[in-house]
Design a protein around this ligand. Structure first.
Ligand code: APR
Length: 271
């Protein structure tokens, strides 16, 4: 922390006075849990073309045309989702919630780690990979992250052909209407979730923590900008430059799993 002592102290001073802080997180907060980000070197979009795999139809086509390339990448990603645990960055946000400082976490992540870390007011604008939704009646259910990943991986390994029918066999059957269920994640071109709630949380926040996001995907990237316009102080924690330079009050070029626990500890010491 030594090198960024002043920035940490500035963040501690701002957060200590916060009454309705909000956090907006991206893939970077889960990087220390072993889940790759999208746009860092070696990230997911370097391995899979987002245009191909980011839509339902593209995914099926990619699998039918190029399974031998796509499947190993899928299996690697499933492995990272299986071994992941909430890291000190996730748990520090829950600490800030328990201290009455942080009200809401808005996340672009679908990995369920904020929920598993205890965050109660969570807006998952890109959905949740472990919430299944029925394509016909809309009924939803949560599945256990690790056993779901294991069962998908075992099925994937048993396939003799990778086509639409084999993909469909991965799907859960709806307990209400027997139709098929899909992971409740937002694919490219689909409407994001909780947008009104996320904008309200941003506009009503007095501090916005911007954590591990490159700020290139809208509307998620606009939450810190709207918060700033409404008078919030913006604290960005990200080891690399990102899209929020013009809106940032305090920029801490550290990993969230390192910086957030130090900030929480210093706020506690000041109480
Ligand atoms: N701590 C903090 N930030 C980190 C860490 C870390 N340990 N590791 C990486 N980062 C930063 C990177 O510097 C980068 O700015 O996290 C950011 C990750 O950026 P992206 O990979 O673009 O992820 P994100 O911003 O969440 O992407 C948004 O794009 O493709 C869509 O749906 C996908 O939700 C995703 C959205």
């Amino acid at each position: 922390m030594g090198k960024w002592k002043n920035e940490i102290e500035a963040a501690v001073s701002i957060l200590s006075k916060a009454k309705s802080a909000c956090a907006s997180s991206g893939a970077g907060i889960s990087e220390e849990s072993g889940i790759p980000t999208f746009r860092d070197p070696g990230g997911i979009w370097e391995e899979i073309n987002p245009i191909e795999a980011g839509t339902a139809r593209g995914l099926v086509n990619a699998l039918e045309k190029n399974a031998e390339k796509i499947i190993p990448i899928f299996l690697k990603m499933l492995g990272s989702f299986e071994q992941a645990e909430p890291n000190p960055g996730h748990t520090a946000l829950f600490d800030l919630e328990k201290m009455g400082i942080l009200k809401t976490v808005i996340t672009q992540n679908v990995d369920n780690l904020h929920k598993e870390a205890g965050t109660s007011d969570l807006i998952e604008v890109h959905g949740n990979l472990f919430r299944m939704v029925c394509l016909r009646c809309g009924w939803q259910k949560m599945v256990d992250r690790k056993s779901f990943v294991r069962s998908v991986r075992d099925k994937l390994k048993s396939f003799t052909a990778y086509d639409f029918n084999s993909l469909i066999s991965l799907a859960d059957v709806c307990d209400q209407c027997d139709s098929i269920m899909r992971p409740d994640v937002v694919m490219f071109g689909e409407a994001v979730k909780g947008l009104r709630r996320a904008f309200n949380a941003s506009l009503n926040s007095d501090v916005m923590l911007v954590l591990g996001t490159s700020g290139v995907v809208y509307p998620a990237a606009s939450f810190p900008i709207e918060a700033k316009k409404a008078g919030a102080r913006i604290i960005v924690i990200n080891p690399s430059e990102n899209g929020f330079q013009n809106y940032t009050d305090v920029y801490i070029p550290m990993k969230t799993g390192e910086a957030l626990p130090i900030i929480v500890e210093k706020i506690r010491d000041n109480q």
